[in-house]
Design a protein around this ligand. Structure first.
Ligand code: DAH
Length: 333
């Protein structure tokens, strides 16, 4: 009997090993462990064994054989289950990469490009970069820049007022010059800084004017700074930014916050003059507003439009084009 049991167990284990699908295993489960299985039939024959000892021995061997077959079945089922799942997973897998294969590559807006290049060039000349708030007080935007309430130059700035605090006390900054005051108040000289940012003017937009645009301000404060340093810096910037064939000139002008004041122009290699911005020696009142002693410190400042710069550089006819977000326009640069 023991021989038969071992033979039946070996045969059962062999057929389990041969099974290659879960379905086959399900069938084998009944065939090998069901009522008509070889092991079950052997169990039925237990009663016919002559002695109690033999019955006991054979009974034990049968139980062991049954558990062994059950265990082998479970093991094989787990193995085949994993394999079938893997096959199914790889068959159903979605290759999502194809949807991202060729995304349109984005790029910076031309004004951002000009802004970044300006920063690069000035950083290369030894300047640091600072930024100030877009919502300013009347004091920073005008008064500290030597424009008291009655000053006629205020009317040149068509100001957007913000409904905050005393009426007329809070503005959207009309230029980046107020950042000069904030820098002087917070940084001990020597100061070599540029201050790019967004500015606002309450005016009708046209091909050369926007109500929201960008400026970059420069401020140098040190001992013994002269107009020659200003002219030299403008010239060094011109060549670094535009190229060796370009030069610059200063034309006398007026700004409340500088004395003397000038406008600076750039000469292209073809000989055309391009008006770029304003500049001058920082007015003593402005130094005082920034907390500096005009007897000890002197400096120069300059400011110009970044959008203008991008417009000229790329030959854009109408500045408004730059803000329509028409992809056909944006893609060109
Ligand atoms: N803030 C002036 C403007 O918006 C530009 C400017 C002129 C800035 C002369 C300066 C300067 O720093 O010195 O028109």
């Amino acid at each position: 009997m023991i021989v038969d049991i071992n033979a039946a167990r070996a045969a059962a284990e062999q057929s389990i090993a041969n099974a290659s699908t879960i379905d086959e295993l399900r069938q084998l489960d009944t065939e090998l462990l069901g009522k008509k299985s070889p092991l079950a039939l052997l169990k039925n024959g237990l009663g016919k064994l002559p002695t109690v000892d033999e019955k006991k021995e054979a009974g034990q061997a049968l139980n062991e054989a049954m558990s062994a077959v059950e265990f082998t079945l479970a093991q094989r089922r787990a193995l085949l289950g994993r394999a079938e799942r893997n096959v199914q997973l790889s068959a159903e897998a979605l290759d999502l990469t194809e949807h991202f294969a060729a995304p349109g590559r984005g790029k910076s807006h031309i004004v951002t490009q000009a802004w970044q290049r300006l920063e690069d060039v000035f950083v290369g000349l030894g300047f640091q970069v600072a930024e100030g708030p877009e919502v300013e007080t009347d004091w920073y935007n005008f008064e500290a820049l030597n424009m008291p309430p009655s000053h006629p130059a205020r009317s040149m700035h068509d100001t957007f007022y913000v409904d905050h605090g005393q009426p007329g006390s809070t503005v959207l900054r009309t230029h980046t010059s107020p950042v000069q005051i904030r820098v002087m108040q917070n940084v001990a000289p020597p100061i070599y800084m540029i201050m790019p940012g967004r500015v606002f003017r309450n005016e009708t937009t046209d091909a050369t004017h926007l109500a929201v645009f960008h400026q970059i301000e420069g401020l140098v404060i040190d001992r013994g700074i002269t107009l020659a340093d200003l002219a030299g810096t403008i010239e060094a910037f011109t060549q670094a930014f535009f190229g060796a064939g370009f030069t610059s000139r200063l034309r006398p002008s007026y700004f409340p916050f500088t004395e003397p004041s000038a406008e600076f122009d750039i000469r292209t290699p073809k000989g055309d003059w391009l008006e770029l911005g304003g500049c001058g020696m920082v007015h003593p009142n402005v130094l005082r507003a920034g907390g500096l002693d005009p007897e000890e410190w002197s400096g120069f400042a300059f400011g110009f439009g970044i959008d203008r710069m991008a417009k000229e550089r790329h030959g854009v006819g109408d500045v408004r084009e730059m803000y329509t977000n028409d992809i056909r326009f944006i893609e060109q640069f």
